[in-house]
Design a protein around this ligand. Structure first.
Ligand code: SF4
Length: 379
């Protein structure tokens, strides 16, 4: 079990595996059986006690999901107190809560502030009601605007808004309007994701049956490239393939994932990494997780994976090429990456210099293809 929490900077992630209903594109782990919340929170609290020794030093805390903001106050407080009793957070530690707009009320904001959260990640996805209906979201466009303004009034100046682009039937003009509305709200950070059809989702089923149009790559590419140029024009950083921030406002927790720092993930479906070669994944099933953890089972509810050197190299390529800093030379381990990537460098999609290899321009659209060109190389 990964529980060595002594090597800073450590990130702590808590997965809250409940949603009010399923968004049709979503393949995250969640359940809509909200009556299970108290028992699953009991189990998450137990895992906190098992895996986080007292005085575990951490630099970031992130509650994601699922929908952490739907937790009833008593369950939220119980889980938060369990975490805070174990963690010694660095001064100025980033503590993020993922929230859906329909949960953002003055009283929930007050609870989250009292609980020590200083950053919200708001699942906006779109400000248009027709798109929200199509996605199966539970809120209206106006709810997202009200939620952001309320959160700012309550003192949450640090926040991120999630948006989805490349929707079937959308246009570049629509995407420009969506981004404009997010910017008008004064958010310092945006996460923008292309709509993808993930297996075993309602969207995949509808696309297969011809009941729904599939998203088109060209539509997503146009939205993506426009956003990257727009944030540059505004003086922001497109610091990761899906993440954009005002200078000084990058997400610390997610940045540490991409840099290969260690993190402990608690809750069903959560992943952990020791910063070297050991990965851990908890079972993506609330009942199995809860039953095993509360029965004090020492196995059967998580998998451990020891990465080989080659697997570790692949992970580094996949995650670090997505960052604006790219893959450092030190990660190559003697492999001739400039030769493997000569096609991309020649097309001007990639820069190779003394620091390493970085994507640029339209190269960002090809991050997975570029990464796979490095995978056959031996060290
Ligand atoms: S997108 Fe978010 S709110 Fe919707 S089902 Fe997935 S985790 Fe839940």
């Amino acid at each position: 079990m990964i529980s060595d929490a002594s090597a800073p900077p450590l990130g702590v992630y808590v997965h809250v595996p409940f949603c009010r209903h399923a968004c049709r594109y979503c393949d995250f782990h969640f359940s809509t059986l909200l009556k299970q919340i108290p028992e699953v929170v009991d189990a998450i609290v137990r895992e906190v006690e098992l895996r986080l020794p007292f005085d575990t030093q951490a630099s970031t805390l992130y509650w994601g999901g699922g929908t952490p903001s739907l937790l009833p106050d008593a369950d939220f407080t119980r889980l938060n107190e369990a975490l805070r009793s174990r963690l010694r957070l660095d001064s100025g530690a980033e503590c993020t809560l993922e929230v859906n707009p329909e949960d953002v009320t003055n009283s929930s904001l007050a609870l989250w502030r009292r609980a020590g959260f200083n950053r919200l990640s708001v699942g906006v996805q779109s400000f248009r009601d027709d798109r929200l209906d199509w996605m199966g979201r539970a809120h209206r466009g106006v709810d997202a605007e009200v939620a952001v303004r309320r959160a700012q009034d309550a003192g949450f100046s640090s926040m991120s808004l999630d948006l989805i682009y490349g929707l079937p039937g959308s246009s570049l003009g629509e995407w420009q309007e969506q981004v404009g509305r997010a910017m008008e709200l004064g958010t310092p950070h945006l996460s923008a994701y292309a709509l993808t059809v993930e297996p075993r989702t309602a969207l995949a089923h509808d696309v297969a049956k011809g009941r729904s149009e599939a998203p088109r790559d060209e539509r997503a590419a146009e939205d993506f490239l426009w956003l990257r140029s727009e944030v540059e024009r505004l003086g922001w950083e497109g610091y990761e393939v899906s993440n954009y921030a005002r200078p000084g406002c990058r997400a610390k927790h997610n940045s540490s994932y991409w840099q290969g720092s260690p993190y402990v993930g608690i809750g069903p479906g959560a992943h952990s990494y020791d910063g070297h070669r050991l990965r851990r994944s908890n079972v993506r099933n609330n009942s199995l997780y809860q039953g095993a953890v509360l029965a004090n089972k020492e196995s059967g509810w998580f998998d451990l994976e020891q990465l080989s050197d080659q697997e570790h190299f692949h992970e580094q390529v996949l995650t670090q090429l997505r960052r604006v800093e790219g893959l450092p030379r030190s990660a190559a381990g003697g492999r001739n990456l400039s030769e493997a990537w000569s096609k991309w460098i020649g097309m001007g999609y990639m820069v190779s210099d003394e620091l390493g290899w970085r994507l640029q321009g339209e190269g960002w659209l090809w991050v997975d293809a570029v990464a796979s060109d490095a995978f056959g190389l031996e060290s």
